[in-house]
Design a protein around this ligand. Structure first.
Ligand code: PLP
Length: 432
């Protein structure tokens, strides 16, 4: 049976007219293979049941339109208002961003079929790296396939067993994984707790280097890291500062440079990792920007950079245009701030409790997991797409609906969302 499938596959490959027509039969396994598969299936089924029983199953709604404030989803005729993407600046479907991606695709092809150091570097990759380092006012930048990769690839290169890393306990999973991969001494400080950080810094004085690692903005609560105080402690205890700016790049601070600009510490943060997959066009990709020597060493040693394919030209084209738009004018970044203020003010006036402050991640705090989930469903009935988060994504008893504002939402979109919340909030006695 396997041989027949293989022969059929070979025949299809050589006969292009058949290629799209023939449905290949499935492979069948021998009895020994079947018994291993049965064992695996039983283990995985138990695992899956555990996730379902714990109520932590993550479903995926299928979008059948472009990403944006107004989307269409499978199984629903009417469009819905989208309040749960990281499309902060509305650039994911911006006509100029799409045009730039299409131009790069046309001129440079679908992809490089290579890693950067073999034959995967095009002039457009170099020019995006230069643009990113200018945007952040740093010496150099290096692109990765994602910010997850940038975080996975930096700590191991930078830190040895002689060094120490001090990490906020609520840092993003990719920072946690990146730190796991390195051999430095690890200290986890309580979330945004400067006293605890100071205690850990004192303890870490015995090591060669100290690196403080924090998200600029924490995505579950929309809370902003106290970077100025962190930089003060870093000066006092001779530490380096690393910030993940995924939820800040493009819109935090007067020119959208990020949390470091907002808090006046651009010249005091040493290393920034961020994503092209959120505000900067939303396609994919991540990067590190910072001192030239560090970027040079990452190109030599960072495993996700060395052993993974180059970013596709269309992705580079879209991010590059998103940056151009941001560097030309502050209008989009400021629109974002106005929209966020409108939502937060109206929701608070209606009696809801919102976590965070001045950030487009607006968690509507509800406490109860079931309440968050049924309210999110009811919001969808009213044409508003928001998601309920509960344990283990957020601590027990802190369930919430996370609303994300985009510069592309109109005032009317925002008001419609608030009205739906008021309606649903009253139904479930969350507000009076
Ligand atoms: N860091 C933070 C704080 C994030 O929120 C995310 C994405 O969710 C990442 C890193 C990973 O970014 P990317 O999607 O580019 O891999």
């Amino acid at each position: 049976m396997m041989n027949r499938s293989y022969q059929l596959f070979r025949t299809c490959l050589t006969c292009s007219s058949l290629r799209s027509l023939v449905v290949l039969p499935q492979f069948t396994f021998s009895s020994a293979q079947l018994s291993s598969l049965a064992q695996l299936t039983q283990i995985l089924d138990t695992e899956l049941k555990g996730i379902r029983d714990a109520g932590t199953w993550k479903g995926e709604r299928v979008i059948v339109s472009k990403q944006g404030p107004h989307i269409h989803v499978e199984g629903r005729k009417e469009g819905i208002l989208n309040f749960c993407a990281n499309n902060y600046l509305g650039l994911s479907s911006h006509p100029e961003v799409i045009k730039s991606a299409a131009k790069a695709l046309e001129e440079y092809g679908a992809g490089l079929s290579s890693v950067r150091f073999i034959c995967g570097t095009q002039n457009l990759h170099k020019s995006l790296e230069t643009k990113l380092s200018k945007f952040h006012q740093r010496e150099d930048a290096i692109l990765y396939a994602s910010c997850f990769d940038a975080n996975a690839g930096i700590f191991e290169v930078l830190l040895t067993p002689e060094d120490a890393v001090l990490s906020d306990e609520l840092n993003h999973a990719s920072i946690i994984d990146g730190i796991r991969l390195c051999k430095a001494n690890k200290y986890r400080y309580k979330h945004m707790d400067l006293n605890d950080l100071e205690d850990k810094l004192k303890e870490a004085q015995k090591h060669r280097l100290r690196l403080i690692a924090t998200d600029g903005v924490f995505s579950m609560d929309g809370d902003i890291s106290p970077l100025k105080d962190i930089c003060d402690l870093a000066d006092q205890y001779k530490a380096l500062v690393f910030v993940d700016e995924c939820h800040a790049t493009g819109f935090m601070g007067p020119r959208g440079r990020g949390t470091d600009e907002l808090l006046g510490v651009m010249d005091r943060v040493h290393i920034i990792n961020s994503t092209l997959g959120k505000a900067l066009g939303g396609a994919a990709g991540g990067y590190t920007t910072g001192p030239k020597v560090l970027i040079e060493l990452l190109r030599q040693r960072s495993r996700p950079y060395l052993f993974s394919n180059t970013l596709p030209p269309a992705v580079v084209g879209s991010a590059s245009k998103a940056l151009d738009l941001l560097m030309e004018s502050n209008v989009i970044a400021q629109t974002m701030a106005d929209k966020t203020k409108r939502f937060r003010t109206k929701m608070t006036a209606a009696g809801f409790t919102l976590a965070g402050k001045d950030h487009p991640i607006c968690p509507v705090m509800l406490g109860d997991a079931r309440l968050a989930s049924v309210m999110a469903e009811d919001m969808l009935e009213r044409g508003i797409y928001v998601i309920g988060f509960s344990f283990p994504v957020v601590p027990k008893g802190k369930a919430r609906i996370r609303v994300q504002i985009s510069a592309a939402h109109s005032d009317q979109d925002i008001d419609q969302c608030v009205e739906a919340f008021i309606d649903v909030g009253r139904k479930y006695d969350v507000i009076s």
